[in-house]
Write a protein that binds this ligand. Structure first.
Ligand SMILES: C[S@@+](CC[C@H](N)C(=O)[O-])C[C@H]1O[C@@H](n2cnc3c(N)ncnc32)[C@H](O)[C@@H]1O
Length: 328
């Protein structure tokens, strides 16, 4: 039996001033997700079984809006801090129309080279990619003959991943780490600041615990998180991020981000996406958790890891901490 196949139902973030939406990661919405069905696995099933659920209730309603700049608010509108704690997936990952443009809006994935190098350095043959999104990293690994399990709560992103060439070579799980079968991975990864997308403290602890359980003794957990000292959010303005992207088969898409709120370590921003083809405008609110190096190290130690090294991200020097933690 292939690694992880016993539960293989269906399927599964920094950048600079013009930070691609794809890597903004995390997020929360003002409206409870259950109300608007924003989760990738919005069935209400537990993540472990949501592989059997599907659909996107809001999109069907708004997909044919007439051409006008009247945003369909997939995110908050409550006037309260748009925290998304407890939500499994942001609209930018879980809405099919937004998941479909994740890769075209962020085509340069040079950030993954360092992760590929680390997989090679560790001689990893079995890799768990947590928060695999549209599967770019998972598929790069699979191409190299590595057995890969990808997990992500955003069903629409997993659908994109699965449909890519080689998508059938990866085991995709929809949900968080609690959706995973027993694994003995050599390496677990969280690329593109997934760790920051996991803003809710409880979910963060669950993720560290679940990754530890999924690793074989001696296996490594490797992930990045932005150094809060860099105050990256100060550059998340419409002026810095506005662009128009021609997406094959979709047409021209205007996109930008705006900072909504900074509240302690939580940074909330809104991504806006305007589709020229039919005038639809979608917004996606996200909250990221910024953690300093000491906090991450003590979280890792508390969950049984040994922190072997903290590196710089070669493509974003001085901006990220890349943690290499080992299950003893
Ligand atoms: C910025 S994207 C990065 C996707 C992918 N790792 C990449 O390199 O393109 C952040 C991803 O984290 C996922 N995510 C959010 N909360 C999660 C959780 N609790 N467990 C696993 N993934 C989660 C989101 O659905 C989203 O796909």
């Amino acid at each position: 039996m292939a690694w992880g196949s016993e539960h293989a139902s269906a399927g599964p973030y920094g950048v600079d001033a013009v930070e691609p939406a794809a890597r903004w990661g995390g997020d929360p919405y003002g409206k409870p997700a259950a109300e608007v069905g924003l989760y990738g696995c919005e069935s209400g099933h537990s993540p472990a079984v949501c592989g059997e659920a599907g659909g996107w209730p809001v999109a069907a309603k708004c997909a044919r809006e007439p051409r006008r700049l009247n945003p369909v608010k997939l995110g908050s509108s409550s006037g309260q801090a748009p925290r998304t704690f407890g939500r499994m997936a942001d609209a930018c990952f879980a809405h099919p129309r937004l998941a479909a443009i994740y890769d075209p809006l962020d085509p340069d994935r040079g950030d993954l080279d360092a992760y590929l190098g680390i997989a090679e350095e560790f001689g990893a043959r079995r890799v768990l990619d947590i928060g695999c999104g549209t599967g770019v990293f998972a598929l790069l690994l699979a191409e190299r003959g590595i057995e890969v399990v990808g997990v992500d709560p955003a069903r629409a992103s997993l659908d994109v991943a699965r449909a890519k060439p080689g998508g059938d070579r990866v085991r995709w799980f929809c949900g968080d780490v609690t959706a995973l079968p027993p694994l003995q991975a050599d390496l677990a990864t969280m690329t593109a600041n997934v760790a920051q997308a996991i803003a809710d403290p409880h979910t963060w602890q669950t993720t560290l615990r679940g990754a530890h359980a999924a690793l074989r003794p001696g296996g490594h957990l490797v992930f990045e998180t932005r150094d809060p000292a860099g105050r990256a959010w100060e550059e998340w303005t419409r002026e810095n991020s506005y662009r128009v992207t021609e997406v094959p088969g979709v047409g021209s898409v205007e996109s930008w981000v705006e900072l909504i709120e900074v509240s302690g370590p939580f940074v909330t921003f809104r991504g806006t996406y305007a589709f020229a083809a039919d005038g639809q405008v979608l917004t996606s609110d996200s909250t990221l958790r910024f953690r300093d190096r000491d906090e991450v190290e003590s979280d890792l130690v508390a969950h049984g890891y040994v922190v072997r090294e903290v590196r710089d991200a070669p493509d974003r020097p001085g901006k990220e901490f890349v943690f290499l933690a080992q299950r003893p």
